[in-house]
Ligand binder design. Structure first.
Ligand code: ADP
Ligand code: MG
Length: 720
């Protein structure tokens, strides 16, 4: 057995297991080794039915019988039931909303059941609701005897793996035991340099694999998890630091900065810039002066005014004449994630630049525009894509704003000097690469994001970028009033909204779904949908106002029309999915309702709330929750107490765990490493070590095992 040999060659796999493993992204021996337990159970929790008492967290081993599906008493929720029996007695098991359970398990099978013991008041009868259940091959011979022990050794901890239909935790445990006993661990290469392991007291890779899968004590598991988290972050850091070094060796246009010119441009804004905005402009223009490309991340809460910073620095770019020419402008590409936003930015930029002889182009999937044009010097004109691309290619259009359409092969610039990417968490690294790889001279890069992420995470995933924060909101803005609304307070809240609507303001209502869930589907979620909620509001709550809907399944033209009506105040209420989350700017919309708030992450709620702090009117955010749980309410309360998005992100990280952070998937970091992100010391240590190695030896000539690790990385991706 070798690390890269396919599992199917080494284990006898049946079809459902093959399918499940493929779905879990596990194909090789190494993949399975890197499939870590999500937690550990404790054999001391193994009980028998006779010894149970109410409230116990218990693990039981026995036989299942009496499986059936039914409908719950009052609400008609589909449910499964079964009877669990061991040598000492029986107990009822109930699963709500999981009718498939009864189909997955068969009467008479041996099972391990895990859950909290409840009691039916009326009958003095114990039951377990929604227990974890898995089929096991045999029963432990006596309670307390571990299913998971080696001969003669006493294990009290056993690993629990996240399961997929067809592959149980128990199966994974045994498969890993088989891999261990093959001896494959004996010659597994150690990718982390010896001195680093020593310095941070991390176990070697072989020990770490054994400890993480079969720890004898808590400490072993902790230290193994720490090692693998370090490993993952360390290699991310190495990669990012290398990327950073490579960038700094490339050439970029040197931009001449005329401070007075820039100050004059800023003076034309209809507001006074904050110090944060001015500092950001200063950092960016300082980077422009160097001969190598800027790579900078501008992180600022929604509404903190990043667009004005971008516009000013773009202005600085347009004032430099391309090398070897006597006239003309350097070019900027400004990429945003949606057509709505592209249009909005385009119109803003026209107002910022209309006093200058500078052409601005718009390119999206549904059409192109230019401003100004011969036929219309005061308004944008629709033109063909071919015409626009011709002008971009010969350098006549200094500023091109667009969506993904910007990074198609057919788009060629003459002197691309600057790339701005707005709300960049929506873009993958590869797409960014496409824009920046186009020329010999590399454009400066500014990424902007309002997704408040904790510092440790920023240092990791954006390790190749310099970081600038905008941590002030514009002067004169009243802090937004956020209210948590329980079901009983719904009608009062609607009356508050009606009063604001009457005085001319507008309202967003955000629902978690587009359409009604299909009730025949298993696990259908009962969450408000955009279409039904809009109908209900129209009939029952706000019949006097125009209501419209917006969601991602609509065509670009439909969306644009909806936004136009809302911007022009024709529509008063916009019921939408979270598509409005990114950057939409309608200053008169000062209220936002978020339905089913418990379904959103805090950072996303904050992002949504940001839609309404766009003017000096008092803004309101109504956070509707159906959940009565204390935990949910505490979490939502953080929305009221946290001072800004960064604080909120830190809170989310410590309270909910990193796995729930908004956008985690796109960062390509495993759950384990995300947990480690909570630990600033570890992140800094791995970053410092990576910087040291890259400074010394960016091609890893002295570190052949690091080189190998990167070479094999594509086979190793074990998350998602
Ligand atoms: P974001 O950082 O979320 O992209 P925007 O750039 O869209 O924010 O700015 C939000 C709104 O605030 C816009 O209407 C913009 O004109 C306005 N704005 C920007 N900076 C200031 C400022 N310093 N004072 C007042 N209003 C500002
Ligand atoms: Mg923005």
């Amino acid at each position: 057995m070798k690390l890269d040999s396919p599992l199917s060659e080494n284990l006898r796999l049946i079809e459902p297991q093959k399918k499940a493993l493929a779905k879990m992204g596990i194909s090789t021996v190494e993949n399975l080794l890197y499939y870590f337990p999500v937690r550990y159970g404790n054999t001391s929790q193994i009980k028998n039915v006779k010894s149970l008492s109410k409230g116990d967290e218990s693990t039981l081993f026995g036989k299942i019988s009496g499986l059936k599906t039914s409908k719950a008493w009052v609400k008609k929720i589909p449910m499964s039931e079964g009877i669990f029996t061991d040598d000492t007695g029986s107990i009822k098991l109930i699963w709500f909303n999981q009718p498939y359970i009864a189909k997955m398990i068969h009467n008479g099978q041996f099972v391990r059941v895990e859950g909290k013991i409840s009691e039916r008041r009326s009958k003095k009868e114990f039951y377990i609701s929604n227990p974890k259940i898995e089929v096991v091959n045999s029963l432990p011979t006596a309670v307390g005897d571990s299913l998971f022990g080696y001969e003669g050794e006493e294990h009290t901890m056993y690993p629990v793996y996240s399961e997929s239909r067809g592959v149980t935790s128990y199966w994974i445990y045994h498969a890993i035991q088989k891999i261990f006993s093959s001896g494959v661990l004996d010659d597994i290469p150690e990718p982390i340099p010896e001195n680093i392991l020593k310095k941070y007291n991390l176990p070697g890779i072989k020990t770490a694999f054994i400890w993480i899968h079969t720890p004898k004590k808590e400490d072993d598991a902790t230290s193994a998890r720490k090692r693998f988290a370090f490993q993952e972050i360390f290699f991310i850091q190495l990669q990012k630091q290398k990327e950073r070094k490579l960038w700094s060796k490339k050439n970029a246009f040197k931009i001449e900065i005329n401070k007075k010119d820039i100050a004059d441009f800023v003076k034309r804004f209809p507001f006074k810039p904050t110090d944060s905005q001015l500092n950001a402009i200063e950092s960016i223009t300082n980077d422009f002066k160097r001969g190598y490309p800027m790579s900078r991340l501008l992180e600022g809460d929604v509404g903190s005014g990043k667009t004005a910073v971008a516009a000013t620095t773009i202005y600085a770019i347009t004032q430099t004449v391309p090398t070897g020419r006597t006239c003309g402008n350097l070019q900027t590409a400004y990429m945003v994630p949606t057509e709505i936003l592209a249009k909005q930015h385009y119109e803003n930029f026209i107002s910022y630049f209309q006093h200058l002889p500078i052409k601005i182009g718009l390119i999206t999937g549904s059409g192109c525009q230019i401003f100004p044009s011969k036929s219309n010097p005061i308004k944008p004109t629709k033109i063909s894509r071919a015409q626009l691309l011709k002008w971009v290619a010969n350098g006549e259009v200094p500023i091109l704003i667009g969506t993904h359409a910007l990074i198609q092969k057919s788009v060629k610039f003459k002197h691309l000097a600057f790339v701005v990417i707005d709300e960049q968490h929506r873009f993958g690294t590869a797409q960014r690469q496409k824009l920046t790889d186009k020329d010999e001279v590399v454009p400066h890069l500014l990424s902007m994001t309002a997704t408040p992420i904790p510092r440790t995470l920023a240092l990791t995933i954006y390790g190749y970028l310099d970081l600038t924060l905008i941590d002030q909101i514009p002067h004169g803005r009243k802090p937004i009033i956020t209210k948590i609304i329980l079901p009983s307070q719904r009608n009062n809240a609607y009356e508050d909204m009606r009063a604001e609507l009457k005085s001319g303001r507008q309202l967003y209502i955000i629902c978690p779904r587009i359409n009604e869930p299909d009730p025949t589907k298993e696990l259908a979620v009962i969450a408000k949908s955009v279409t039904l909620e809009a109908e209900r509001l129209n009939k029952e709550v706000f019949p006097e106002y125009m209501i419209d809907i917006l969601h991602s399944k609509m065509t670009p033209v439909e969306k644009e029309n909806v936004m136009k009506d809302f911007e022009s105040d024709k529509t008063k209420i916009l019921v939408a999915t979270s598509v409005v989350e990114v950057g939409v700017n309608v200053p008169n919309a000062t209220m936002i309702v978020i339905e089913g708030a418990e379904r959103f992450g805090l950072a996303q709620l904050h992002q949504l709330r940001g839609r309404v702090i766009r003017s000096n009117h008092q803004a309101y955010c109504f956070v509707f929750t159906e959940s009565n749980g204390q935990k949910t309410r505490d979490r939502l309360k953080a929305l009221i107490t946290a001072k800004n998005g960064f604080e909120l992100a830190e809170f989310d990280l410590t309270q909910r765990g990193a796995g729930e952070l908004y956008g985690r998937k796109q960062w390509g970091i495993s759950d384990l490493a995300m947990e480690a992100i909570k630990n600033i010391k570890m992140v800094e240590a791995s970053r410092n070590e990576a910087i040291r190695i890259i400074e010394e030896d960016e091609n890893f000539n002295k570190y052949p095992l690091i080189k190998d690790y990167f070479k094999n990385q594509t086979n190793r991706i074990h998350f998602e």
